[in-house]
Design a protein around this ligand. Structure first.
Ligand code: MF3
Ligand code: CO
Ligand code: CO
Length: 258
């Protein structure tokens, strides 16, 4: 499929869906603490999306996915399925929220800390967020799509961290996962030049150890092969005339672009 260019009316709907997804991350923060199960976090987010936001949690039943959010704890890289296990002091976790509102998707995730994680975990959180920011800073009309991954990989390697290659960012709109694929590593120029009106996600997964991953038998949960810690942050972005707009930006974030 060709990369869709969103009309001003579609962009308004993307803004709305992305803002709602960001608001879920803000809402859930106070519930992330030792002793809370990820299933409880899922239930709270589900209710908020459906009852308060009058939106749809996109992951639920997506290709058979059983829950409304993804919760990826410690060495889980992405697509962790909420369950009855409780968070423990020192855990780090990613919560990934995608909502559909008015037919359009907004997709964003952030890392949370549980109690007091060790210094190496906190350092990973900072590095992985910096990787996302460096990727976002490349977004401007005319830029080659590959520059995003180049910037992310350089940032990770500079800090002796690695980049997961099996999963990538994606175009987003009416579809959850549209073209193009947004690589988080450098594979040379992609020959795709960013245009005003494109919307896609950037969502690097950064590991403390080796980059290699393994899929668990549940068919969803992705873990690091060496069980090293992994962290991920995700935003939905819009290419604008002057650069980019981070559609899922939270109020506390100061990002390279608006
Ligand atoms: N939100 C994830 C992404 O960033 C996709 C999750 S698919 C699911 O693309 F089925 F696991 F929810
Ligand atoms: Co995504
Ligand atoms: Co996501």
């Amino acid at each position: 499929m060709p990369i869709s260019i969103k009309t001003p009316a579609e962009i308004e709907k993307m803004r709305c869906a992305s803002r709602l997804a960001a608001e879920v991350l803000q809402m859930i923060g106070e519930h992330v603490r030792p002793g809370v199960s990820t299933a409880t976090l899922d239930q709270l987010c589900h209710r908020h999306i459906v009852e308060v936001q009058q939106a749809v949690p996109a992951p639920l039943h997506y290709r058979g996915y059983p829950k409304s959010i993804c919760t990826s704890v410690n060495h889980v890289v992405c697509h962790g399925i909420p369950d009855d296990r409780c968070l423990q002091d020192g855990d780090i976790l990613n919560i990934d929220i995608t909502v559909i509102r008015d037919g359009y998707h907004g997709d964003t995730s952030k890392m949370f800390t549980v109690g007091h994680p060790p210094a190496r975990a906190l350092r990973l959180l900072e590095i992985s967020y910096e990787c996302l920011c460096r990727g976002i800073a490349q977004v401007a009309p005319g830029a080659d799509l590959g520059e995003i991954g180049r910037a992310i990989e350089a940032c990770a390697h500079q800090q002796r961290c690695t980049v997961v290659e099996e999963y990538c960012g994606h175009g987003i709109g009416r579809g959850f996962h549209e073209d193009p694929m947004v690589l988080h590593y450098w594979e040379g120029p992609q020959g795709i030049h960013l245009q005003e009106g494109m919307t896609f996600t950037i969502e690097p997964m950064i590991n403390v150890g080796k980059r290699h991953v393994r899929l668990l038998n549940d068919g969803w949960t992705v873990v690091t092969r060496d069980r090293s810690l992994s962290a991920q942050w995700e935003h939905t972005v819009l290419v604008t005339a002057s650069g980019c707009e981070v559609l899922s930006r939270r109020p506390e974030e100061t990002l390279p672009c608006t």
